[in-house]
Design a protein around this ligand. Structure first.
Ligand code: PMP
Length: 454
């Protein structure tokens, strides 16, 4: 049988991202065969609603003909163009201009990458160069947040604060520091908005002092909503407060919008939710909606101009073969049209419906917390609501819940700590959102009945 031979070939040859290699060999791959809209079909013909949009990236949904046409035409016309040697291509130039027009404030300069990790990596390089160029090379310390995710490149994994990305890899480096997360559900200061903001502001200031003062700190990184850490939504005003501290201390503020960008939380960029303008912003995922790889770093005008003046006639030695790839850029332009042709609006409506639906499950015995914004949400499962007791890790709750949801026709992200993540395509219909909620309820009921996870 085809799928059996694929399972064997996968086991023997394909190394999977972020997996237990031995666990995966044992379990075998689940092959996805096709997808349309918000529905994915596996190799056995089983259909599911993709409640996680692939890896929170297929924001426009699968099988959009305008994107297929844009990519095909671009491949036919000009399959590749380098940006080296002063060359460029029309779609890359147009996409940079369209994005700059829509990005917050003076984030007017766009550097295209292949995804989010190399976008984060690029910011570290740009920021170092910037601090050198303005005569402050000693500003070389970087601060990010516990539970944060900033990619899986060596430098980015050091900014990331999830243990699996550090263990055995020799990161973080000694210039990479962390402050505690705002994680409202389990914050030692409680869930009060003002207390959480005050604690984060104090933690950032204390960390800055601890590493030698503001004259040593280059940048602070945060996600407007922490994604891979379990969809941790900061209280209103938190992002703005942290941005202000950075301005006060002359520390660059980097918003990592790889997940939150492109309509995930409602507006095109989540920074707009609090009306802030980061000094640098990273994006990927929804930029091309996963049809082809691409990421983008947005540089504010003062950062760009300082780097340009600092370099003078010399080349700024940062670039990839596939920077500003014309096919990816053509896809990006087609994706942007879909967002503005109704998908952002639909995403906002469906996001409100999703949040209301998940909220309706709050009384379920396994539901400790429900959180999210727009089409980005999570349920945190507990076995005791009072004590907020996590599901027993030994029972592999994530795998069990993922498997059950799958059988129930729903793909979700089941984090190891018992958090269920949701990031459906923005094209979802009301019926699909309602089905996501119903299938979640069924999955929770089945999990509750499973003696292993109590
Ligand atoms: N930053 C954030 C906030 C992310 O969520 C991710 C990916 N989930 C990345 C960076 C890395 O992006 P990629 O996987 O495209 O390299």
């Amino acid at each position: 049988m085809l799928s059996n031979s694929l399972i064997e070939l996968d086991r023997a040859h394909l190394v999977h991202p972020v997996a237990s290699y031995r666990g995966h060999e044992k379990a075998g791959v689940r092959v996805l065969r096709s997808a349309k809209g918000a529905t994915v079909t596996d190799a056995t013909g089983h259909q599911m609603i993709d409640g996680f949009a692939g890896l929170w990236c297929v924001n426009v949904g699968y099988g959009q003909e305008s994107i297929i046409e844009a990519a095909t035409n671009q491949m036919r016309e000009l399959a590749y163009a380098t940006g080296y040697f002063g060359l460029g291509s029309e779609p890359a130039i147009r996409l940079a201009a369209e994005l700059a027009e829509r990005a917050p404030g003076d984030l007017d300069h766009v550097y295209f990458t292949l995804g989010g990790s190399d976008a984060v990596d690029s910011t570290v390089r740009f920021i170092r160069y910037y601090q050198q160029a303005r005569g402050k090379p000693q500003k070389d310390q970087f601060i990010s947040i516990e539970s944060g995710y900033h990619g899986s490149s060596t430098v980015g994994a050091g900014l990331t604060a999830l243990p699996a990305f550090h263990a055995g890899f020799g990161v973080p480096y000694d210039w990479q520091h962390k402050i505690p997360s705002h994680y409202a559900y389990r914050n030692p200061v409680g869930s009060d908005t003002a207390a959480i903001i005050a604690a984060s502001v104090a933690a950032l200031k204390a960390k800055v002092e601890a590493v030698g003062g503001a004259e040593r700190v280059a940048a602070f990184y945060c996600e407007p909503i922490q994604g891979s850490g379990g969809v941790l939504v900061p209280p209103p005003g938190w992002v703005k407060a942290m941005r202000e501290v950075c301005r006060e201390l002359d520390i660059l503020f980097v918003a990592d919008e790889v997940i939150t960008g492109f309509g995930r939380t409602g507006p095109l960029f989540a920074s707009e939710d609090e009306g802030i303008v980061p000094d640098l912003m990273t994006t990927a995922k929804g930029l091309t909606s996963g049809y082809v790889p691409m990421g983008a770093v947005f540089l504010s005008d003062h950062v760009y101009q300082t780097i340009a003046d600092g370099a003078g006639a010399a080349a700024v030695g940062h670039g990839y073969t596939y920077s500003a790839h014309p096919v990816s850029a053509a896809v990006g332009l087609a994706v942007l049209k879909l967002y503005e042709g109704g998908l952002l609006d639909n995403g906002r409506k469906m996001g409100a419906r999703l949040m209301a639906g998940l909220e309706s499950l709050r009384d379920h015995p396994l539901v400790g917390d429900v959180r999210g914004r727009g089409m980005l949400a999570a349920i945190e499962m507990v076995t005791d609501k009072e004590k907020k007791t996590p599901l027993p890790a030994a029972a592999e709750p994530a795998r069990r819940v993922f498997d059950r949801a799958w059988d129930n026709g729903l793909v979700i992200r089941a984090f190891a700590n018992g958090v269920l993540g949701y990031a459906p395509p923005l094209c979802c219909t009301e019926a699909e959102i309602d089905a996501i909620v119903e299938r979640t309820k069924l999955t929770l009921d089945q999990t509750l009945a499973d003696p292993a996870v109590r």
